[in-house]
Ligand binder design. Structure first.
Ligand SMILES: O=P(O)(O)OC[C@H]1O[C@H](O[C@H]2O[C@H](CO)[C@@H](O)[C@H](O)[C@H]2O)[C@H](O)[C@@H](O)[C@@H]1O
Length: 572
């Protein structure tokens, strides 16, 4: 005898009459199954004093009675209907012995029963028939048989399909759902929720914070000249690139897809890169190929895809990606990005190794914004509703990346690698961090935030209670002997691949891995911290072309960045 199970509050939205009627139709059409399957319906009483609910109870009892009368025999009753709840252990036991669970909600926010059923089915690998109108259909839909509960014929056919399903197919479907239920736990949800909540706090602070002042260029140049070990972190797009017309006018002029390095920067950048006391890192969202194309000739560090890939222009690319970066969501999102790219003239869609980016910089601004709004709605209610991803909305773009991929999160690892590679023993005492970064990536500004500058006016311009990392980045009295540190074994070039998690080879023993072991990463991060001796006045974070920012200062455009860098290079 196979067991089918329904567990619902006895409520109109649960579609209990529809479920029982579908079961009746199934028995009608499949006489061979009579006496071989039983439907156990636990109908937990609710709002029993409300006449509509009393009516529903009578209606259900009447249908159950009729069906049992019609298909029952001396030895078997097709439906066991219980107007009661069960204690949790009994319920779990019941879930575990069930062959087919039947959820026919006409409307349901989520439907916990489907998750509980899947969680208890590790041994049995039963089938879940699930209403497409239950929220759970979004996450368990791929493993379940989805039905429209109003369509009695369809539900009856699905019951037949479930009962006759081969063991292999049951296993496959179960594994899909079991993986989902065990991976996306309440703990994971809570972490994501808190992280999103924190983001909204940061965004709100940015909205209410005062506009920072212009970069005090004279002071920044003077301090640069007086310091012994400088670190310059530069963004790429709209920071070091030639200005482009993004007025949103409808023009069909042909333009390069990727922006190019500002033509007036070359000479100054060369001079800065050749200065032994200066280390330059271009930290960009762009792919490694784009950065190589623009910066290969300079003696500097390139950090592509928001710091997930790193190399010195004379060395090989390596990854700084966290071990378990999940990119499973990419495939289900691609078609959404394609859909909006096709329908938004002059918008672009880029698949990076660690993110998907839709950019409407060159499209009609108003139309682009409307499309972006629709796209976000589409994303949130569909493919990413259960994925650990961040949707990063720019002024003219939408990006999706795994949670935790930000420039600020990567900088620790980048610094560790640079300090180790250069065998740096003099503390870094000057940091300039300039970019036209997305809000999410502004964490790179706060990463370096040391003590507040002595200037009282400056202090006022800082966002109140902005989230801060340790208040001062200071070297211990003794610097580590970095020269004897282990040599990096990361020696491969990142190749564009749609599924980076598949190529995170961690073959330390062979020495061919291009991901450092967690121990090595930690060691290098520690090293980075120990060579930072940054006083507030020697720290210049600067947002380009933005007004609301957590950076200390502003510059208007990439033209201003070039002119400032030329002053640093010339020492004027
Ligand atoms: O990472 P970078 O190379 O330094 O560039 C910064 C970001 O540039 C792009 O975003 C900017 O342009 C978008 C399109 O106009 C706009 O929506 C966003 O607000 C800007 O920040 C790029 O899309 C990002 O991936 C870069 O991180």
């Amino acid at each position: 005898m196979l067991v089918m199970l329904g567990v619902d509050r006895l409520d109109m939205i649960k579609g209990i009459p529809q479920k029982i009627l579908a079961f009746e139709k199934f028995l009608e059409e499949n006489p061979n199954w009579r006496d071989k399957v039983v439907l156990l319906q636990i109908a937990v009483p609710t709002r029993t004093d409300v006449p509509e609910y009393q009516k529903l109870t009578s209606q259900v009892h009447e249908i159950v009675g009729r069906i049992n009368g019609r298909f029952g025999s001396l030895t078997a009753v097709p439906i066991h209907h219980l107007d009661r709840s069960l204690d949790f252990h009994a319920l779990c036991a019941l879930y575990a012995v069930t062959d087919v669970a039947l959820v026919t909600s006409l409307r349901d926010g989520m439907n916990l029963v489907s998750y509980e059923f899947v969680a208890c089915q590790e041994a049995k690998k039963g089938v879940l028939i699930l209403s497409e109108f239950a929220g759970a259909a979004q996450s368990l839909g791929a493993g379940a048989i989805l039905v429209n509960p109003w369509n009695i014929t369809e539900v009856a056919a699905s019951i037949a399909q479930a009962l006759n399903m081969s063991a292999e197919e049951r296993e496959k479907r179960h594994q899909h759902n079991f993986h989902h239920v065990t991976k996306h736990t309440a703990q994971e949800w809570a972490e994501m929720f808190v992280s999103e909540l924190n983001d909204t706090v940061v965004e709100a602070q940015l909205r209410t914070s005062k506009e920072p002042p212009e970069l005090p260029q004279n002071d920044a140049v003077e301090r640069y000249l007086r310091s012994g070990n400088r670190l310059l972190i530069l963004g790429f797009n709209s920071t070091l690139t030639e200005p482009v017309d993004t007025s949103g006018n409808r023009s069909d002029q042909i333009r390069e897809k990727n922006p190019n390095l500002h033509p007036e920067l070359k000479e100054h950048l060369t001079a800065l890169c050749n200065d032994k006391k200066t280390t330059i890192v271009v930290l960009s969202g762009s792919k490694s190929e784009v950065l190589d194309k623009n910066f290969a000739e300079y003696d500097m560090w390139l950090a592509a895809e928001n710091g997930m890939f790193l190399h010195h222009t004379k060395g090989d690319w390596m990854t700084t990606m966290p071990e378990h970066l999940n990119m499973e969501w990419v495939d289900s999102l691609k078609h959404v990005f394609e859909y909006f790219t096709e329908r938004t003239p002059r918008s672009e869609f880029e698949i990076r190794t660690t993110s998907l980016v839709w950019n409407y910089k060159y499209a009609d601004v108003e139309f682009g914004r409307l499309q972006a709004r629709d796209m976000l709605q589409h994303l949130w209610t569909g493919p990413i509703s259960n994925a650990s991803v961040d949707v990063v909305q720019g002024s003219r773009s939408v990006e999706v990346r795994p949670v935790g991929v930000t420039k600020g999160a990567a900088i620790d690892r980048i610094l560790g690698e640079i300090v180790h590679n250069k065998s740096m023993t003099t503390p870094i005492d000057y940091v300039l961090c300039v970019g036209h970064f997305l809000g999410k990536d502004e964490d790179v500004y706060t990463f370096f935030e040391p003590e507040l500058p002595s200037d009282a006016n400056m202090a006022k311009c800082k966002p109140i209670d902005a989230p801060k990392l340790p208040t001062e980045k200071k070297a211990p009295s003794k610097l580590p002997a970095t020269k004897s540190g282990p040599k990096s074994s990361q020696t491969k070039t990142p190749k564009p691949s749609p599924a980076p998690d598949k190529r995170t080879v961690n073959n330390h023993s062979s020495g061919s891995s291009w991901r450092a072991s967690p121990e090595k990463v930690k060691e290098k991060e520690k090293m980075a911290w120990s060579v930072l001796d940054l006083k507030g006045d020697n720290y210049f974070s600067c947002a380009v072309g933005r007004k609301r920012t957590s950076a200390r200062y502003l510059l208007g455009s990439s033209d201003d960045v070039v002119s400032f860098l030329s002053r640093l290079a010339k020492g004027t």
